[in-house]
Write a new protein. Sequence first.
Length: 289
Amino acid sequence: MKNLLFVLLAGIILSSCASFRRTADCSLTEEQMKTEPYTSKDQGDECINEWTLKVKDLNGKLQVATDNVTRLQGQVDAEIAALKKCNDDLYALIGASDADIAAFAQRLGALEGKIREMKQLSDDALLERQVDVYALQLELNALRAIKISVLPQFYDRMIAAGNDIKGLYREKKRGTEYIVGTWAENRDCLWNISAKPEIYGDPFQWPKIWQGNTDQIRNPDIIHPGQRLVIPAAGPKTSEEMKAERSYWRKKRAAMNKAEIMPGTATAPAATTEVKPAEKPAEASQKGK
């Protein structure tokens, strides 16, 4: 009887211990598990089974992802092939080769580079480089004449280049207007007009009036009563105005030297021999300078 009671008591104790067995912490490393005094073989087997299931699940997900990548790569390759065929058809339609496309791209890129440089200039600098702006417009027009310009990869860039070039144009600011009077009453010539206090108050600024009215003044020595001259805004002479002035005086000196070398020929008007020509002009015209 005592032995039976002892067996029952031992069974109860073992069952109690089993019920209080700690659940395996499978987040621990193998070395950490070995240091845990309560870790049993059963707990290790539980973790192995858990990890095995996780690895199997992850391998399944990896396979699905790999299959998706393969499928998508096939779609990408198909799209690339379709795009190449489309480009080939377009190139054939406009009669262009890959080399032609590359040459056009390089030419357009060079034009865009020049436009970027011009956009960095100030308004005054741009005003003096309108010839260069016009050259950019001519280059753009030449590119527009090439069928390659309508291809999708160039079309938007061509439009942008055209808009940028339009933004580079500058016009000379129109100043006041001066109506040329007669020599007898007003002593009007470019030199004297420039010296008037209401104009520049400086006779040496006469090239500004000349260059501001080249549409009606070809020879700065000759202006006519009644001409309506635009007086550009006051300020230092631009490089173009100084260039025109130097050219004027070179021609003056050349005419003077020619008159001295050939004394038997007809000489130029007296005004051309003066440093600041302000002589009375011929009856049909008026000395401008």
